[in-house]
Design a binder for this molecule. Structure first.
Ligand SMILES: [Zn+2]
Ligand SMILES: [Zn+2]
Length: 165
């Protein structure tokens, strides 16, 4: 597909973005454009979502305002780094997770009020993907954890991100 066609078919999305948990006890506002969106097929994402994969929207934590009571749970990953998951204590819904030593967090894509523009740039941990899953054309595929997210960030912004205004 010529890149001009791709560009013109991209939707416009107004900032700030809004979202929250299922019960409404936690609401958030994201004041800057997200950085990337990818789908993770690891067994933990399958377990936590109760579904085939998780959708991670990478955003700047400093630009995310969270309202309402939250619960934070820390887990040590296989690589030995801490990972914090933030939940609503009312409904148990997971809002985002982050490594405390970074400036970014990963919002659960499905917690956005408007999910219509979510187009993952990559599918990672596909070695654990459900057997019926076929990655869509023009997405990056990693069988495990990518060493860096740089290529995913670049691909999302070049081909999958809407125009934020
Ligand atoms: Zn809730
Ligand atoms: Zn995962």
């Amino acid at each position: 597909m010529p890149s001009e066609t791709l560009q013109s078919s991209r939707s416009e999305v107004a900032l700030p973005l809004h979202g929250g948990c299922a019960c409404g006890g936690v609401r958030y506002t994201l004041r800057s454009a997200p950085i990337a969106l990818f789908a993770c097929h690891c067994t933990l994402c399958q377990r936590q979502s109760g579904s085939a994969f998780g959708q991670s929207l990478r955003v700047r934590r400093a630009d995310l305002d969270v309202q309402g009571e939250i619960v934070t749970r820390t887990r040590v990953t296989e690589r030995g780094t801490g990972s914090e998951s933030v939940f609503c204590p009312g409904c148990g819904g997971r809002i985002y997770n982050m490594r405390p030593d970074t400036d970014f967090c990963h919002l659960r894509g499905g917690t956005l009020d408007d999910t219509s523009w979510l187009r993952p740039a990559a599918h990672i941990w596909t070695q654990h993907a459900q057997p019926w899953f076929t990655p869509p054309a023009d997405t990056l595929v990693e069988t495990g954890q990518p060493a860096s997210l740089d290529a995913i960030v670049q691909h999302w912004q070049a081909t999958k991100a809407p125009r934020f205004r």
